[in-house]
Write a protein that binds this ligand. Structure first.
Ligand code: FAD
Ligand code: FES
Length: 385
């Protein structure tokens, strides 16, 4: 699709529709100005927007919330991140909400991301979201409409005033596709399935006694809580895919470091759990997946990585996926954000040696610099970390 790439892989898209979805969330419909076809997008992927702030544009990523098979437009659905008590407003989201109008153009880079629906799986699917984390789930839901799989769309938010895309989700429900909404602080006019927080009993009474794929996205505390609950229910980690809407991280590490959280709000389930045994607890196939040790990363070549400033040297033996991961395994704390070659936060000086990228940077770093989140060494390298 090279003919539809502009400078640095960005293309201009026109905002053809702006739709208020809730008190704090608005959707933007985007069509390419070059009249070429949309890039292919997998259900769950995000696009990257160039936000023109002052002299230095910033890149912001938003999940595509529209039907991935719709060739006419991408839709993104954005929460306005308002500042308070002297904290400035969020740059990208407030620009979109407050300044971008129908007819305006935005530079956009092609869809990316590995938080995608596994379309080859035949297992039932649980789409579990909190707040604006429902956006990739809605895209997946549209795709699942055309499959034979059972789907459980579970969404938690404050109340009906901030609940986006509710009608669209309800319109997809069927014998096979169920949606449940849990409101933490419902208002009198709200229609919802449970109030409070999603708890273990709610999940047990809602989800199938089965082996399923889970997709999880939402605020970090929500994701940590759900990740813990799912594991208490015996869901193998390998069956839980998740995405952070902020700095990428490992839920495993976050949950293991966190102190037990006291839940101040009442739990969503009113009744005691009726389901005590879940078949996948004894399904050897499921456990085989859980017990699988990840295959070691193929080393690009054997060599040494020297972190010069930290006075640390370590062999590249394939135990880390990237130079960033290797540095972290050594106890170093280099800067990062997206961990996928988009934001350049992990850019550092390559003093000597060569690297290879297993994911191409969105904006190639200047000569002598490398992005360590998406690269591996080719032989021995020295980094200024
Ligand atoms: C893969 C991915 C997909 C995403 N998909 C979506 C999506 O579908 N919908 C969506 O709404 N978002 C999504 N996001 C989040 C989105 O990319 C932005 O991070 C989000 O919109 C906030 O960006 P911002 O520029 O508005 O805020 P920023 O300017 O980055 O600020 C973030 C927050 O910090 C506060 N803040 C600003 N300056 C300061 C300061 N000096 N001190 C303390 N606080 C400060 C702001 O008020 C704001 O609340 C996604 C993120 C990722 C990584
Ligand atoms: S962390 Fe964003 S490019 Fe490396």
């Amino acid at each position: 699709m090279a003919q539809h790439q502009s400078e640095n892989g960005f293309r201009a898209f026109r905002v053809t529709k702006k739709r208020v979805e809730s008190d704090i969330i608005t959707s933007f419909y985007l069509e390419p100005t070059d009249a070429g076809p949309l890039w292919t997008v997998k259900p769950g992927q995000y696009i990257t927007l160039r936000v023109p702030v002052a002299n230095d544009p910033v890149l912001k990523t938003y999940s595509v919330s529209s039907d991935p098979s719709d060739p006419s437009h991408y839709r993104i659905t954005v929460k306005r991140e308002a500042g308070f008590n002297g904290v400035p407003d969020g740059v990208g989201s407030c620009w979109l909400h407050d300044q971008v109008a129908i007819g305006d153009t935005i530079d956009i880079a092609a869809p990316r991301g590995v938080f995608c629906l596994d379309e080859d799986s035949t297992r039932p699917v649980v789409l579990l979201s909190g707040g604006v984390g429902l956006t990739p789930m809605v895209s997946m839901l549209h795709c699942l409409k055309h499959s034979a799989r059972d789907v459980y769309f579970l969404h938690a938010c404050e109340n009906g005033r901030v609940h986006a895309l509710r009608d669209e989700v309800m319109a997809q429900t069927s014998d096979r596709i169920q949606a449940r909404f849990v409101y933490r602080m419902p208002e009198d006019v709200d229609q919802f399935d449970a109030s409070g927080m999603i708890d273990k009993a709610f999940l047990q009474s809602t989800l199938p006694i089965d082996d399923y794929d889970v997709y999880l996205c939402g605020p970090v505390p929500f994701m940590m809580a759900m990740y813990g609950l799912l594991q208490e229910l015996g869901v193998p980690k390998a069956r839980i895919a998740y995405e952070f809407f902020g700095k990428a991280a490992s839920l495993d590490q976050l949950v293991s470091k966190a102190a037990p959280v006291k839940v101040a709000t009442k739990a969503a389930s009113k009744a005691a759990p009726t389901v005590q045994a879940l078949t996948f607890l004894t399904d050897p196939d499921a456990w085989a997946v859980a017990d699988e040790t990840p295959a070691p990363v193929q080393a690009a070549s054997q060599g040494q990585v020297n972190f010069r400033k930290s006075d640390a040297s370590v062999d590249w033996d394939g135990s880390a996926n990237s130079l960033l991961e290797l540095a972290e395994n050594c106890g170093l704390e280099p800067e990062f954000s997206c961990r996928s070659g988009i934001c350049n936060a992990c850019k550092c000086t390559l003093v000597s040696g060569e690297v290879e990228y297993f994911e191409q940077p969105l904006i190639a770093p200047e000569k002598g610099k490398v992005l360590i989140c998406c690269s591996r060494p080719k032989g021995t390298v020295v980094l200024d970390i």
